[in-house]
Design a binder for this molecule. Sequence first.
Ligand code: ADP
Ligand code: MG
Length: 349
Amino acid sequence: MECTGTFEGVYMGKKLSTLGEFGVIDIISRDLHPRHSWVKTGIGDDCAVLDIGGGLSLLVTTDMLIERVHFLPQKITPYQLGWKALAVNVSDIAAMGGEPKAAFLALGLLPTLNEVFVHELKRGLIACADEFQVDLLGGDTVTAPTEVTVCLTVLGTAPADQVVRRAGAKPGDLIWLGGVVGDSTAGLHLLLDKPGNVPESEREQLVRAHLEPQPQVELGRWLAANSLATAMIDVSDGVLQDLWHVCDQSGVGAKVDADKLPVSPAARQFASSVGLDARDWALAGGEDYVLLFCTPPEKRDEVLATCPGSITQKPTKIGRITAERQLRVCFDGVWSERAPSGYDAFKKK
Ligand code: ADP
Ligand code: MG
């Protein structure tokens, strides 16, 4: 067996803090060629897409939450952790237009934890599983020396001809958001006791957005079933970064009107109380888990008029896809080019 290099890297390589999360994924995914013909989409989308016959695609996604990186034990209940760990995965199934079906739970737990933690984690996870019709079918349990780790793998299905990918956006397409963005970052600021004022009722709305995200499965399914979306992603790392993934995969650019972003009055008020702009939280904050999708311009009225009443948050048009491979953002009427900044696992802001 060839054995070169060390964990520290004795060679002249870049540190991951420079390379960034997507540089790492690039190393891992480069020159991989799936060998089985059932693979329709591999690394690079919200889910892998596998052809399972009968006109159906199997969608597979995995996401991990680690203590002190993704959550602070004093700031989230075990119930909320269970909900969130499943919800963020369900959101990736929604982003392909699929229905979640099955989950596998891998846990790294400290031996010093109390069994009540496990009961409560399960209660939150099953509440989310009940809401989105997911069966928990397996997993793994190991000891973790210092940090709790919760990793979910979720399987879903969609009619093969309805799967919506990140690739597919065309110049002229409209860009939409399926719900409010920025609340989650506002909630995180509140949880971290950062300065700022917001009424108690609105505080709860913002904190819940961060701790108990609501994946938009029904919206994704409706868009897919009605062939409305040319491309779709869920906003986990901020609107700009996730939109840029769509642009990258589609070979296009985008212009976004930040003044049109669906930002809640609560987030707006909280941000302005500390001299910040909630539109920045929306653009680069992340963890909102709403769908960002593109439609041909002629579908505009159909999206607005036929969106089922059960989908309580109506999509908001925020911009257009362009042929130029750049991101342009309009703030208070002024357009400028923007880097696709957002959350990166390794780069510190
Ligand atoms: P999302 O935000 O939708 O969960 P990510 O940005 O985490 O997606 O990942 C982008 C793509 O890279 C996905 O297709 C994901 O499955 C893949 N990916 C991420 N990390 C790894 C890894 N360590 N090994 C293989 N594929 C990975
Ligand atoms: Mg995603």
